[in-house]
Design a protein around this ligand. Sequence first.
Ligand SMILES: NC(=O)c1ccc[n+]([C@@H]2O[C@H](COP(=O)([O-])OP(=O)(O)OC[C@H]3O[C@@H](n4cnc5c(N)ncnc54)[C@H](O)[C@@H]3O)[C@@H](O)[C@H]2O)c1
Ligand SMILES: [Zn+2]
Length: 685
Amino acid sequence: MNNLTEAEAANELMRLAKAIAKHDRLYHAEDDPEISDQEYDALVRRNAELEALFPHLIREDSPSKKVGHEIAASPLGKVTHEVRMMSLDNAFNREEVEEWAARIRRFLSLDECEPVAITAEDKIDGLSCSLRYENGKLVRAATRGDGQVGEDVTPNVAHIADIPQELPEGVPEVFEVRGEVYMSKADFTALNAAQEEAGGKLFANPRNAAAGSLRQKDASVTAKRPLKFWAYGWGAASEVPCESQHDMMRMIERCGFPVSPFLTVSDSVDAMIAHYEEIGRRRPDLDYEIDGVVYKVDRLDYQRRLGFVAKAPRWALAHKFPAERAETTLEAIDIQVGRTGKLTPVGRLAPVLVGGVTVTNVTLHNRDEIERLGVRPGDRVVIQRAGDVIPQVVDNLTREAQRDPFAFPDKCPECGSEAVAEEGEVDVRCTGGLICPAQRTQRLEHFVSRKALDIDGFGSKTIAQFFALGWLESPADIYRLKDRRDEVLALEGWQDKSVDNLLAAVENKRRPDAARLLFGLGIRHVGEVTARDLMKNVHELSAIRSIAERARAGDEDAAAELTSIDGIGPSVVEALGDFFHEPHNVAVWKDLLGQIDPPRYEVETRDSPVAGKTVVFTGKLETMSRDEAKAQAERLGAKASGSVSAKTDLLVAGPGAGSKLKKAQELGIETIDEAGWAKIVAEAG
Ligand SMILES: NC(=O)c1ccc[n+]([C@@H]2O[C@H](COP(=O)([O-])OP(=O)(O)OC[C@H]3O[C@@H](n4cnc5c(N)ncnc54)[C@H](O)[C@@H]3O)[C@@H](O)[C@H]2O)c1
Ligand SMILES: [Zn+2]
C-alpha cells in the first residue's frame, strides 16, 4: 500500500466514499444492507488507512466525517438535534485499546501513575434514539439520522414499555436521554417467522428489524412490534447534576430507564479487558445481540476537555468482538503454481474484516475442496478466521443446483504444460518440471533458503530478476554468478559491497552440507529429516543417484539398502527413482556436482565429545546461523534443545546471552563460547 501513488490513492478514496455512502443509505435509510457489516467495516478501515497516509487527500465528503445517513428522503418528520448525536471509534484488539488509553493520557497530560476511571458496558446492537423530556414530560423522540437531523418517532415510541412518558420529580427541566432501541433475539425470530407467513419483508438481523419497526410512518405498525430500549447516555440537559458518567447513568436508571446490566467502572486496561472478556463469555446467553463493549472516560470534566474528533467522542471507544466468521463475495479464483508444480486455487475476496483483520485472499486448497464447496466466482461465501489460523471458506451461500461447476484448469497457467492429478491424489500438478518458470524460480528460492543451502542475500525478487535475465537457469548457475560480477553491479540497486557479499555467501557454500543440498533439490517426499536420514546412511552425495537408479531398475538390494533406513519408505525410493529418471534433472544434478564438493556426510556418535548430550545455543552466533549450529550438534550425535534445564549438558553462549546463561550458571552447567564450539566441531571432523 505504501507504494501507492497519490493519484491512485485519490482515486481509491473517491471510490470508497461512493461505495460507503451507498451502503450507508441502504443500511441506515432503507434498513436493507447489501453487504455484511464485516465487508462494510473493511471498507471503512481501508479509507482510514489511506487518509492516515495521505492526510491532504481527505475529501470534503469523506466517510470518516459522516455519521449515519441523511434522512432527506424519509417520510417521517425531521428533528434538529440540539446536541449532535455521534458515532463511536472502534478497536478490535488489546493493542488498539491500549493506544486509545495512552492517547487520552497524553491529551490530558496526565502522568503514568494517575488512574483514569473508565466505564464499560455492553454495546447493544439496535439503533440510537434521543428522548427529549421537558419538565419531566416526553415531548420528542428522534432517531440519529445524520447526527444533526434525525427523524421524529415520537408517536412510535409511545408503545415501547421501557420508555417512560414521564420522569420523576427533580430531573433537569430539559433532559434528553439517549439510548438504543432494540429487539430481542427471540422476538426477532418470531417476527421474521410471522413476516414469512404473511409474505412480508424479512429482516437481515435484529438491528435491522428494530430500525425497520421503529421508523414507520404509521405508528400503529410500530405498536405491534416488540421493541425495547435501554439508556447509555444523554444529550441536551439544562443541568448535569453529577460529576461522572457512572453517577449520571445511575440517576437515569432511577428515572425508570433500563441500563446495561454490565455497567462498571475500572481504572486499568487490564481490568477493562477482563471485563470485556467476561461479557464476551456471557454473550451467547444474552437474549439480545451485542457487538462489543463501550468504554467511556468516567469523569465528565475530562470528557468535556477531550471533546470530539470528526464524528465520534475522543472519550469513548467501542471495543468490538472481532467476528470469526463473515460473509463476503468470492470475486475470482486464481491458480498458483508451487515449487513442486502443485496447482493451488486461491480465492480473491471482496475485502472483509474477520477476526479483526482485513482478509482479501483465501486458500481453496485443491480441486476437491472447490468441488465440495461448489464455489464459483461471484458466489457469496462465509469466511472463518479464528485466532491465528489462516482464513478458510467454510460455506457457500450461493448453491444453485443447476449450473456448471468451476472448471479446474487442465493446463498449467504458468507454462501451459499438462496438469494432472496422480492416481489417488487430490493435488493437480504441472508436469512441466524444470521448464515451468513458476516451479523453477520457486525451486531456486527453496534451494538457497535457510533450511536448505542457507545462502544469504537471495530474496525472491533477486531470484526472479536473475532468472528473467537468463542468469539462473538451475542451481549450478548460482555458483557461476561470480563470472557476472560486473553485470550484476550494473543493475539498479547493487553496489560493490552488496555484490561481494552475495558472491561471498555463495562461495561459502562450495562445500555444502550434503543433507541440506539434497533437501534443497526439492525432490518429492525428501524433506529435511528424510534427507538427513538418507545421508547418514549413504554418506556420499554422488552415491544417491546410482542407488536410486538401480532401485528403479528393479535391483532389490539397492531398494532394500534404502528402505532398511529408519524412516525411509517405498514412496521416497520411488520419488528418488522418478527424479533421476528425468533427463532434465540428471543434467541439473551433474552440472551442480561439477560446481560443488560436499564433504562426506558422517554422523560421529562414538568419537564426538558431545554424543548423546543435550546442547543449548543462546545469544548471537557470529559465524553461523542458529539452524546451522543445531545441525552440527545433531551431526555430532548431540541433541539441540531450546531451553536450559537440569538435563542440559552444555551451553554455547554468544554475545548478548541473558536469562539462559544465568540459569545455566545457577545450575552449574558447562558453558562455552562460539569459538569453543567451533573447536569441538573441527576436532570431531
Ligand atoms: N452492512 C452495511 O452495509 C452497513 C452499512 C453501514 C453501517 N453498518 C454497520 O454499522 C456500523 C456503523 O454504525 P455506527 O456509525 O452507528 O457505529 P456503531 O454502531 O459501531 O457505534 C455507534 C452506535 O453504537 C450504539 N451504542 C450501543 N451501545 C452503546 C453505548 N453503550 N454507548 C454509546 N453508544 C452505544 C449507538 O447507537 C451509537 O450510535 C458499522 O460498523 C457496521 O457494522 C453496516
Ligand atoms: Zn507449469
